[in-house]
Design a protein around this ligand. Structure first.
Ligand code: FES
Length: 211
Protein backbone atom coordinates (compact mmCIF):
# COMPACT_ATOMS: atom_id res chain seq x y z
CA UNK A 1 0.00 0.00 0.00
CA UNK A 2 1.33 3.46 -0.91
CA UNK A 3 1.99 5.67 2.04
CA UNK A 4 0.80 9.20 1.36
CA UNK A 5 3.73 11.56 1.00
CA UNK A 6 3.04 15.04 2.26
CA UNK A 7 5.26 17.90 1.28
CA UNK A 8 6.21 19.99 4.28
CA UNK A 9 8.22 23.05 5.24
CA UNK A 10 9.71 23.33 8.70
CA UNK A 11 11.11 26.62 9.96
CA UNK A 12 14.35 26.01 11.81
CA UNK A 13 15.31 28.41 14.56
CA UNK A 14 17.75 31.03 13.25
CA UNK A 15 18.39 28.79 10.26
CA UNK A 16 16.93 27.69 6.94
CA UNK A 17 13.60 26.25 5.87
CA UNK A 18 13.74 22.46 5.85
CA UNK A 19 11.66 21.28 2.93
CA UNK A 20 10.62 17.65 2.54
CA UNK A 21 9.22 15.80 -0.43
CA UNK A 22 8.84 18.83 -2.67
CA UNK A 23 8.44 18.02 -6.34
CA UNK A 24 8.11 21.49 -7.83
CA UNK A 25 10.62 24.26 -7.18
CA UNK A 26 10.67 27.01 -9.79
CA UNK A 27 12.66 30.18 -10.13
CA UNK A 28 11.35 33.52 -11.33
CA UNK A 29 12.09 32.59 -14.95
CA UNK A 30 9.85 29.55 -14.61
CA UNK A 31 12.84 27.20 -14.71
CA UNK A 32 12.42 24.05 -12.64
CA UNK A 33 15.16 23.46 -10.09
CA UNK A 34 16.06 19.91 -9.26
CA UNK A 35 14.71 18.84 -5.89
CA UNK A 36 15.83 16.31 -3.31
CA UNK A 37 13.74 14.49 -0.71
CA UNK A 38 15.09 16.85 1.96
CA UNK A 39 16.40 20.34 1.13
CA UNK A 40 17.38 23.37 3.15
CA UNK A 41 16.40 26.70 1.63
CA UNK A 42 18.11 29.92 2.69
CA UNK A 43 16.07 32.45 4.65
CA UNK A 44 18.88 34.69 5.93
CA UNK A 45 19.54 36.26 2.52
CA UNK A 46 23.27 35.49 2.73
CA UNK A 47 23.81 32.18 0.97
CA UNK A 48 26.24 32.15 -1.92
CA UNK A 49 24.35 29.16 -3.32
CA UNK A 50 20.78 30.50 -3.54
CA UNK A 51 18.19 29.23 -3.04
CA UNK A 52 19.94 26.66 -0.90
CA UNK A 53 21.40 27.23 2.54
CA UNK A 54 25.18 27.11 2.61
CA UNK A 55 25.60 27.67 6.36
CA UNK A 56 26.15 31.44 6.11
CA UNK A 57 23.34 32.07 8.63
CA UNK A 58 25.65 30.79 11.37
CA UNK A 59 28.19 33.48 10.55
CA UNK A 60 26.12 36.53 9.66
CA UNK A 61 24.21 36.84 12.94
CA UNK A 62 20.88 35.92 11.38
CA UNK A 63 17.96 35.86 13.81
CA UNK A 64 14.67 34.25 12.89
CA UNK A 65 12.77 36.17 15.57
CA UNK A 66 9.86 38.40 14.68
CA UNK A 67 10.82 42.00 15.36
CA UNK A 68 7.43 43.18 16.37
CA UNK A 69 4.52 41.65 18.18
CA UNK A 70 1.83 41.15 15.64
CA UNK A 71 -1.61 40.71 17.06
CA UNK A 72 -3.49 37.90 15.39
CA UNK A 73 -6.04 40.21 13.89
CA UNK A 74 -4.37 42.89 11.84
CA UNK A 75 -6.79 42.45 8.99
CA UNK A 76 -8.44 45.58 7.59
CA UNK A 77 -11.77 45.24 5.81
CA UNK A 78 -13.17 47.44 3.05
CA UNK A 79 -16.89 46.82 2.88
CA UNK A 80 -18.64 47.10 -0.47
CA UNK A 81 -22.18 46.54 -1.72
CA UNK A 82 -21.45 43.13 -3.22
CA UNK A 83 -17.94 42.22 -2.07
CA UNK A 84 -15.80 43.06 0.93
CA UNK A 85 -12.03 43.08 0.61
CA UNK A 86 -9.80 41.98 3.50
CA UNK A 87 -6.15 42.91 3.73
CA UNK A 88 -3.38 41.89 6.12
CA UNK A 89 -0.49 44.12 5.12
CA UNK A 90 1.93 42.42 7.50
CA UNK A 91 2.12 39.47 5.12
CA UNK A 92 2.04 41.40 1.83
CA UNK A 93 4.97 40.48 -0.42
CA UNK A 94 4.54 43.64 -2.55
CA UNK A 95 4.47 41.80 -5.84
CA UNK A 96 1.86 44.39 -6.81
CA UNK A 97 -0.67 42.37 -8.86
CA UNK A 98 -3.50 44.29 -7.18
CA UNK A 99 -2.34 47.91 -7.60
CA UNK A 100 -1.01 47.24 -11.09
CA UNK A 101 -3.96 45.32 -12.54
CA UNK A 102 -6.91 47.00 -10.83
CA UNK A 103 -5.71 50.50 -9.90
CA UNK A 104 -9.27 51.84 -9.66
CA UNK A 105 -9.89 49.37 -6.80
CA UNK A 106 -6.49 49.08 -5.10
CA UNK A 107 -5.01 52.51 -4.61
CA UNK A 108 -1.35 52.62 -3.75
CA UNK A 109 -0.52 55.27 -1.16
CA UNK A 110 -4.13 56.49 -0.85
CA UNK A 111 -6.81 56.19 1.82
CA UNK A 112 -9.07 54.32 1.76
CA UNK A 113 -6.67 51.90 0.13
CA UNK A 114 -9.40 49.83 -1.54
CA UNK A 115 -12.72 50.67 -3.20
CA UNK A 116 -14.75 47.44 -3.46
CA UNK A 117 -17.47 49.13 -5.53
CA UNK A 118 -15.19 50.46 -8.27
CA UNK A 119 -15.59 47.48 -10.64
CA UNK A 120 -17.72 44.35 -10.71
CA UNK A 121 -17.13 41.96 -7.79
CA UNK A 122 -16.18 38.98 -9.96
CA UNK A 123 -13.27 40.96 -11.34
CA UNK A 124 -12.08 41.81 -7.84
CA UNK A 125 -12.49 38.21 -6.65
CA UNK A 126 -10.51 36.89 -9.63
CA UNK A 127 -7.72 39.36 -8.94
CA UNK A 128 -7.58 38.54 -5.23
CA UNK A 129 -7.20 34.87 -6.05
CA UNK A 130 -3.91 35.71 -7.77
CA UNK A 131 -2.47 37.32 -4.61
CA UNK A 132 0.42 34.96 -3.80
CA UNK A 133 1.00 35.99 -0.20
CA UNK A 134 -2.53 35.58 1.13
CA UNK A 135 -2.54 39.22 2.23
CA UNK A 136 -5.82 39.66 0.37
CA UNK A 137 -9.05 37.72 0.78
CA UNK A 138 -12.70 38.53 0.20
CA UNK A 139 -16.25 37.94 1.35
CA UNK A 140 -19.23 37.56 -0.97
CA UNK A 141 -22.75 36.86 0.33
CA UNK A 142 -21.40 36.33 3.83
CA UNK A 143 -18.90 33.69 2.75
CA UNK A 144 -15.19 34.27 3.33
CA UNK A 145 -12.87 33.16 0.52
CA UNK A 146 -9.24 32.87 1.56
CA UNK A 147 -8.10 29.29 1.00
CA UNK A 148 -8.10 27.72 -2.43
CA UNK A 149 -6.72 24.39 -3.57
CA UNK A 150 -3.23 24.37 -5.02
CA UNK A 151 -0.65 21.79 -5.98
CA UNK A 152 2.45 21.82 -3.74
CA UNK A 153 4.98 24.22 -5.20
CA UNK A 154 7.59 26.78 -4.18
CA UNK A 155 8.10 29.63 -6.62
CA UNK A 156 11.14 31.83 -6.04
CA UNK A 157 10.24 35.43 -6.73
CA UNK A 158 13.14 37.40 -8.18
CA UNK A 159 14.76 39.52 -5.46
CA UNK A 160 11.82 38.55 -3.25
CA UNK A 161 10.26 35.79 -1.17
CA UNK A 162 9.41 32.14 -1.66
CA UNK A 163 5.83 32.02 -2.82
CA UNK A 164 4.45 28.78 -1.48
CA UNK A 165 1.30 26.94 -2.50
CA UNK A 166 -0.32 23.78 -1.22
CA UNK A 167 2.26 23.01 1.50
CA UNK A 168 1.74 22.77 5.24
CA UNK A 169 4.00 25.09 7.25
CA UNK A 170 5.47 23.82 10.46
CA UNK A 171 6.91 26.59 12.62
CA UNK A 172 7.89 25.43 16.11
CA UNK A 173 7.35 29.04 17.26
CA UNK A 174 3.69 28.65 16.31
CA UNK A 175 3.44 31.08 13.40
CA UNK A 176 0.51 30.32 11.16
CA UNK A 177 0.07 31.74 7.67
CA UNK A 178 -2.83 34.10 7.10
CA UNK A 179 -4.01 31.58 4.52
CA UNK A 180 -3.21 27.89 4.80
CA UNK A 181 -2.62 27.00 1.17
CA UNK A 182 -0.68 29.99 -0.12
CA UNK A 183 1.74 32.31 1.60
CA UNK A 184 5.06 34.08 1.08
CA UNK A 185 8.10 33.22 3.17
CA UNK A 186 10.91 35.69 3.80
CA UNK A 187 14.07 34.95 1.85
CA UNK A 188 16.05 38.14 2.46
CA UNK A 189 16.29 37.83 6.25
CA UNK A 190 14.91 41.34 6.83
CA UNK A 191 11.18 40.76 7.42
CA UNK A 192 9.83 42.00 10.74
CA UNK A 193 7.19 39.31 10.56
CA UNK A 194 9.35 36.22 10.08
CA UNK A 195 8.94 33.65 8.78
CA UNK A 196 6.54 35.54 6.51
CA UNK A 197 7.54 38.12 3.95
CA UNK A 198 6.39 41.64 4.82
CA UNK A 199 7.85 43.38 1.78
CA UNK A 200 11.12 44.34 3.51
CA UNK A 201 13.17 42.89 0.63
CA UNK A 202 12.38 46.09 -1.32
CA UNK A 203 13.52 48.29 1.59
CA UNK A 204 16.83 46.46 2.00
CA UNK A 205 17.26 46.16 -1.80
CA UNK A 206 17.67 42.42 -1.63
CA UNK A 207 19.13 41.09 -4.89
CA UNK A 208 19.60 37.56 -6.11
CA UNK A 209 22.43 38.74 -8.30
CA UNK A 210 24.84 40.44 -5.93
CA UNK A 211 27.15 41.66 -8.73
S1 FES B 1 19.63 30.32 6.00
FE1 FES B 1 21.47 29.22 5.84
S2 FES B 1 22.70 30.40 4.47
FE2 FES B 1 20.85 31.56 4.66
Amino acid sequence: MNKEVRTSIKVSKNGPYIVKDLKTLRNSKGVFIETKPVMTLCRCGGSANMPFCDGTHAKNGFSGEKEKDLVADRVETYIGKHISIHRNKDVCCHVGHCVRNLPSVFKKGKEPWADPDAVNPEKIAALIRTCPSGALSYTINGELYKDYIHEPEIFILKDGPYNVTGIRLDDPDGSMPETQDHYSLCRCGASQNKPFCDGSHSDVKFKDDKN
